[in-house]
Design a protein around this ligand. Structure first.
Ligand code: PH2
Ligand code: MG
Ligand code: MG
Length: 161
């Protein structure tokens, strides 16, 4: 059985555009087939304001891995790419979030699906609307959530990187 996984990627230390590309390549080696990839977005920091701006992107993947196996792969790739866990919502080289896994709902301390703060975050919704506009989250399409989002300060960059 193949599941569709929605991934959010972001970073604000080092060369986030390059790190996001490397992360996607590495995830493929762990058994996620990346079928769509959004443009890169330059986004103002959310949560902790006093830190560099972020680069964010989203991807759509197909996989036979379970949600927990996808999480394990994401955490491994984050560590490989130099992520050090310090401040919540603080600076990082790479963050890989599982935004949704098919229509699975899960509420565990280390894995909640769909991602609970997804619908409040324009830095996720804008790129996600490029790769999964019709996916339903809490009764609305991603496209509808993105249209409601506060996109101030967010800039869509070229796809390459
Ligand atoms: N990630 C956070 C906290 N704040 N801000 C932006 N713009 N982009 C992020 O990816 C981001 C953030 C924690 O995961
Ligand atoms: Mg995150
Ligand atoms: Mg994360």
């Amino acid at each position: 059985v193949v599941a569709k996984v929605l991934l959010g990627l972001g970073g604000n230390l080092g060369d986030p555009a390059l790190t996001i590309s490397s992360a996607l390549t590495r995830l493929e080696q762990f058994g996620l087939r990346i079928t769509r990839r959004s443009a890169l977005y330059s986004t103002p920091p959310w949560g902790v304001a006093d830190q560099p701006g972020f680069i964010n992107a989203c991807a759509l993947a197909e996989t036979k891995l379970s949600p927990r196996a996808v999480l394990a792969a994401a955490l491994t790739v984050e560590t490989e790419l130099g992520r050090v866990r310090e401040v919540r919502w603080g600076p990082r080289t790479i963050d890989i979030d599982i935004l949704a896994y098919d229509d699975v709902t899960l509420d565990e301390p280390d894995l909640a699906l769909p991602h609970p703060r997804l619908t409040e975050r324009a830095f996720v919704l804008l790129p996600l609307a490029e790769v999964a506009p019709d996916h339903l989250i809490a009764g609305r399409t991603v496209r509808a959530w993105a249209d409601l989002a506060d996109a101030r300060g967010i800039e869509r960059l070229a796809r390459a990187g």
